[in-house]
Design a protein around this ligand. Sequence first.
Ligand code: ABC
Ligand code: CA
Length: 540
Amino acid sequence: MLRLLTASLLATSALAATAAEWQNRTIYQLVTDRFATPDGSGPPCDTGDRKYCGGTWKGIISKLDYIHDLGFDAVWISPVVANLEGNTTDGQAYHGYWTQDINSLNSKFGTADDLKALSAALHNRSMYLMVDVVVNHMVSNSDPPDYSNFTPFSKESNFHPECFITDYTNQTDVEQCWLGDKDVPLADLNTEADDVVSSLNSWIKGLVSDYAIDGLRIDTVKHVRKDFWPGFVSSAGVFTIGEVLHEEPSYLAPYTKVMDSLLDYPAWFTLTAAFKNNTGNLTALATTVWQSQASYLSGELMVGSFLENHDQPRFQSLTQDSSLIKNAMAWPFVQDGIPILSHSSERIGADHHSYPGQEQGYTGGGDPSNREALWYSGYIEDKPLVTHVKILNEARRLAIAANTSFLTTAALLYAVSESTLAVSKPPLLALLTNVGNISTAATTWNVPDAGYPANEVLVDVLTCNKVTADNSGGVLVHATSGEPQVLLPTSALSASGSICSNLAAQGQSSSALRNVVASALPVGIAVALVFFVSQLTFDF
Ligand code: ABC
Ligand code: CA
C-alpha cells in the first residue's frame, strides 16, 4: 500500500530540485526530434535536410529502459515550447531553439499530457527530467521580424534594437546584439526591461511546476546580463546548468556565482584537443582544470562535464582510434562534476556500418550532421562503447557509495605529461593517455601518492585486471595499447554488481552494503517527507 502511494506520488511531483541532489547523477542528453518515434518506427532522417524527423516525448518514454540500462538517472531533453513553423534557409526548428510562443508547447513533440507522462515515467524510475530553456531570444524567418508572431513578447520594444553580434570581445555586443543573421534572426529580448524580466520569471515558475521539471539547462547564458540570472534561477526553484560557450575559465568564473552549474566548455576545448590525436597535450587539459578548480565558486565540483553535444563536431569525426575514444569518453565520468553523455556518443561501434545511410553520421562534423536519428542504431546495447559507458556509470556509482566525500572533494591530477594523466578521486583512480592504440612506446603512470592503504588490491574495471598498490599505497601501471584504466579497490566492488563482481573482496561486501544503504536513506526520508507535505497540502 505504502509502495503504491509512493509510486503515484512520484508520478506527479518533481523528485528533487537542488544542486546537491543532482550531484550524484549522470545525465543523458538527447535531441527530442532525433531520439525515438512514438510508434517505434524508423523514418528516414537526413541530417543535412535540417527538418523534423519524428521523435517525440512519447517516443522518449518508450525508450527510457534503454537510457536507464546505460546507467543514467537523468535526461536532458530539447526545448519544449512552441517554435517557428515551416521552413527557413537554415531548415526547420526541429532542435527546438527557435521560440515563438513561450506559453505553448511544441506540438511536433506531443501534447501537455505527453510531457507530463514523460516526467511521471522518469520519476517512477527515480530519474530526473532536465528541460532546455531559452530566454535570450525569439526567432523569426523575416527581417525585420513580425513581432506580432511572438507570444507574449509581441512588441518591438520588448527587444533590443536590431544589430548582429560582430565582436565577441565586446560584452555589450554579446548581450544586446542579436545571434543569427538576416535570414533567421534571433531577435534579442530586452532583458533589461522590468516587464520582460517579470514575464520570463513567472513563465519559468509555471513551466517547472506544470511539468514537474527537476532541472533546467539554460541556453545562451553569456548573452544575457549576469545580474538577470539570480532572479530567474530562484523563480525556477530547481537546479540550473548554464551554457556559456567560451574557452577561458576566467570568462566562466563570474557566471558560476549566478547559477548552480555551468557546462564545462573550457575543459571540453582542451579535452578534445588533448585526445583527438597522439600529439595532443594532456598538460593543457590539466591546466584548464586547475584554473577552473581555483576560480569557480565550487571549483569543478558542480560543472557539467561532456565530450559531445549537439553543437559541436562529434568526437569520432576527429579520430577513429578506439583507445583515444575510450580515454576521452572516460573523462566526464572520472573527474569532478556531473557527467553528461550526448546521445550521439554511444552509437559508434564495430557494427555501425551495417546500418544503411549511417556513414555520414558516424564521421559527421558539426551542426547539423551531429544530430542523427538514434533509431538507425537499433538501440543495440551490445557494442563496445555502450559497455564502456555502462561500466563508467557503475564505477562512479560504486565510488560514490564507498566514499561519502567523493562528491565534495576535488580531484587531484597527477603524473601529468603531454601524453599521460592520472585523476585521483578516492577510491577511484583514472589513468588516461593519448598515445593511441597502435602505440608501442612504453607508457607508464607513476602515482606514488595515490593514497591507498599499503598493498591494497585494485581492479581496472574496464578489463577486470588486478593491480596492487605498493607498500606506501602508490600505484605504478603500464598502459596496454593506449587504453585507459579506471581503478577501484576490490573492497569498493559489489558482489551483486555488474562489474568485475567476482573480484569483490570477500568479507568487505557487508561494509559496501552498509554504504549503499546509508546513501539510500536520505532518499527514503525525502520521499517520506514529500509525501507528508503533499498530504498536508491536500488536507487544508
Ligand atoms: C543554425 C544552423 C547552422 C548554422 C547556424 C549559423 O544557424 O542550423 O547550420 O551554422 C540553434 C540551433 C542551431 C542553429 C542556431 C541559430 O539555433 O541548434 O542549429 O544554427 O539559428 C546555443 C545552443 C544551440 C542553439 C542556440 C540558439 C544557442 O546550444 O544549439 O542553436 O538558441 C553561440 C552562442 C551559443 C550557441 C551557439 C550555437 O552560438 O554563444 O550559446 N549555442 C564562438 C562564440 C560563441 C558562439 C560560437 C558559434 O562561436 O564565442 O559564443 O556560440 O559557433 C572557439 C572560440 C569560441 C568560438 C568557437 C566556435 O571557437 O574560443 O569563442 O565560439 O575556438
Ligand atoms: Ca541578449
